[in-house]
Design a protein around this ligand. Structure first.
Ligand SMILES: Nc1ncnc2c1ncn2[C@@H]1O[C@H](COP(=O)(O)OP(=O)(O)OP(=O)(O)O)[C@@H](O)[C@H]1O
Ligand SMILES: [Mg+2]
Length: 170
């Protein structure tokens, strides 16, 4: 349950690097708030940027990516969907091209490299990786890590910045 004193994620990310969140993170009370955070992050992305998304099944990683695609003005057709079995979807035609990986079914970091991580970055794609902790060793140092968790209210998600195992925001 959210409290009046708790800041929304959009407020929490105000003024921080690349849309990163302060220690403690923020609350995304609805899909719309998840999309709003994605739009803030999208505004700071440069070609070749990498986002590592972490969180359990249904935590909101694909929903965040949908918001990112919309904010990059990626055409709405085809819609952004989970690349689970294909491992990779690409979307062109927006402000920046978007590559959307899902590492859930990858055997390890080598699979991400074989699927073209470096080539896509060199070609200027913004690269989003779901289940990124599974392939973290081949992601660049400046990867923007976002960790999503279910909150007490079923529609809310908690989001924090920082690679898994790191202190949030450090
Ligand atoms: N605040 C919220 N933010 C994001 N998604 C939400 C929120 N509230 C409800 N949802 C719903 O939760 C579901 C999140 O699913 P999504 O596919 O984004 O999860 P995921 O983390 O990508 O899971 P998976 O690991 O299976 O790919 C969607 O149906 C979405 O509409
Ligand atoms: Mg997903």
């Amino acid at each position: 349950m959210s409290t009046g004193s708790e800041r929304s994620a959009a407020e929490a990310s105000e003024g921080t690097r690349a849309g990163a969140l302060p220690p403690g993170g923020g609350l995304l009370r609805s899909v719309a708030e998840t999309h709003a955070l994605a739009a803030r992050v999208a505004g700071s992305l440069a070609p070749g940027a990498v986002l590592g998304l972490v969180g359990e099944l249904g935590a909101g990683k694909t929903e965040f990516t949908r918001g990112l695609a919309a904010a990059l003005s990626v055409p709405a057709d085809p819609p952004v969907c989970s690349p689970s079995y294909l491992l990779l979807n690409t979307y062109e035609g927006g402000r920046l091209p978007l590559a959307h990986f899902d590492a859930y079914f990858m055997d390890g970091p080598d699979d991400l490299e074989r699927a073209g991580l470096d080539d896509l970055r060199r070609a200027g794609y913004v690269v989003v990786v779901e289940w990124a902790e599974r392939v973290g060793s081949v992601l660049p140092r400046d990867t923007l890590w976002l960790v999503f968790e279910a909150a007490e209210d079923g529609r809310a998600r908690r989001v924090s910045a920082g690679a898994p195992g790191e202190a949030a925001g450090s």
